[in-house]
Design a protein around this ligand. Structure first.
Ligand SMILES: [Zn+2]
Ligand SMILES: [Zn+2]
Length: 414
């Protein structure tokens, strides 16, 4: 085995405690960072070459995997996207020897390589050759850019090459572009979205999202465009589920299902780090989120006892009946959170006193809250209270102070 193989073993055996950057001088810190990046680049190049050799020999088949990408995601525990990039880089670097050499000596990073290999596709290479732009020149020009520039500017150089080879974008995979969309759950409970669609598909999505974004624009909304798009995407899905028009799943209506830990639900305040329930796709949720979903969010819930066994299934009694909901909608008109005018159709019926604590499902104990403010109340520590016998609501911050809306809420007159 080469010295590289023994280096990798040594690296695995090193004790992280032997390395304490806090003890470094400022100068040493400045020297260390680029050095480590070069090391990462060189190791990434080794991985890419290893993947290329493994793919050429189809070693994944012995493990019952149809593709190298599938083997990498399973055995190296990397994302499908990262695995796809590795396979593609491995294949294309074989034809870009200068870039491969720059990568191998650590002068360029995996991000540089990815932007070049994504642009220099086999189809474009063929057209380039027909136009007498040879691959060796392409390799030289783009490698020079990658050595001198960051990945973003290298991508620009790659785009200029593409524009020269394929000015009308005819070779863009767009013609036969599959619509692709991925959702990945991170360990921290965030769901990452990625994908691409063709122009018509994108326009369809954008039109629907924009309609929802503009409908949900309260006065003084400070959210960014991206934040509003994200909220609209979730709302689009929520409405589709509520419409009942989606295809059934294994014979049952498509609905969000959640299992909720009964003990966490009943606790006044959960200890930090306690899990309150589980969503089948998105994973464990906090007790506060569990309480909100149990409150009224159009979900099917399974309450589980101490042994994790179901003790109560369904939503019938704890979700406001149509009559109760109509009454609450008539009284509140829209989300009752100070300053919010999200329409009733967007709102959950919140139990002011949670049913797990004996609060009834009634007009008196109900309040319209849009999803954002329902979340603020359950997970954000905000509180709402109604003046007895009126439709006047007050909203309090977690510190107990009242939020006084600049546009006062005029209660609907009965
Ligand atoms: Zn609630
Ligand atoms: Zn609201």
């Amino acid at each position: 085995m080469s010295s590289w193989a023994s280096l990798l073993r040594q690296l695995a055996d090193l004790d992280p405690a032997d390395f304490d950057p806090a003890e470094f001088s400022d100068e040493q810190l400045r020297e260390t960072m680029p050095l480590v990046q070069v090391g990462i680049n060189r190791l990434a190049a080794v991985l890419t070459r290893t993947v290329a050799a493994a793919e050429a020999r189809q070693v994944h088949r012995a493990d019952g995997m149809v593709t190298m990408k599938g083997w990498l995601t399973g055995h190296c525990r990397i994302s499908g996207r990262a695995a796809g990039d590795l396979v593609r880089d491995g294949r294309r670097l074989a034809e870009l020897p200068l870039l491969a050499a720059a990568f191998a000596d650590g002068a360029v990073s995996p991000a540089h390589v990815a932007v070049v290999t994504a642009a220099v596709t086999p189809a474009r290479t063929v057209v380039a050759a027909a136009n007498e732009i040879d691959l060796a020149t392409t390799d030289a020009v783009l490698t020079e850019a990658a050595r001198a520039l960051g990945p973003e500017d290298t991508a620009k150089a790659a785009r200029r090459w593409v524009a020269g080879v394929d000015p009308d974008g005819a070779l863009d995979d767009a013609a036969g572009l599959p619509r692709m969309f991925r959702m990945a759950v991170s360990a921290g409970g965030r769901i990452y979205l990625s994908g691409h669609v063709d122009q018509v598909g994108g326009e369809t999505m954008h039109t629907a999202l924009e309609a929802l974004m503009n409908a949900d624009r309260p006065v003084g909304d400070l959210r960014t465009y991206g934040e509003r798009m994200g909220a609209a995407l979730v709302e689009l899905a929520r409405r589709a589920l509520m419409s009942g028009e989606l295809p059934t799943v294994r014979g049952a209506a498509a609905q969000v299902r959640v299992s909720i830990d009964w003990m966490a639900l009943c606790a006044e305040r959960a200890a930090p780090g306690v899990v309150g329930g589980e969503l089948p796709f998105a994973g464990p949720i906090t007790p506060e989120t569990a309480r909100r979903l149990a409150c009224d969010a159009g979900v099917v819930r399974v309450l589980t006892g101490p042994a994790g066994l179901p003790i109560d299934v369904g939503r019938e009694q704890r979700t406001a009946s149509a009559a109760i909901r109509r009454g609450i909608e008539f009284r509140d008109g829209h989300c009752v959170f100070a300053g919010c005018t999200a329409p009733a159709a967007w709102c959950d019926v919140h139990h002011v006193v949670h049913w797990a604590h004996g609060g009834p499902t009634s007009c008196d104990n109900g309040a319209l809250l849009c999803e954002r403010h329902h979340t603020a109340v359950h997970e954000g520590g905000f509180r709402i209270a109604r003046e007895t016998g009126t439709a006047v609501w007050h909203t309090y911050r977690p510190d107990g102070s009242e939020i006084l809306s600049r546009t006062p809420r005029y209660p609907l007159r009965l």
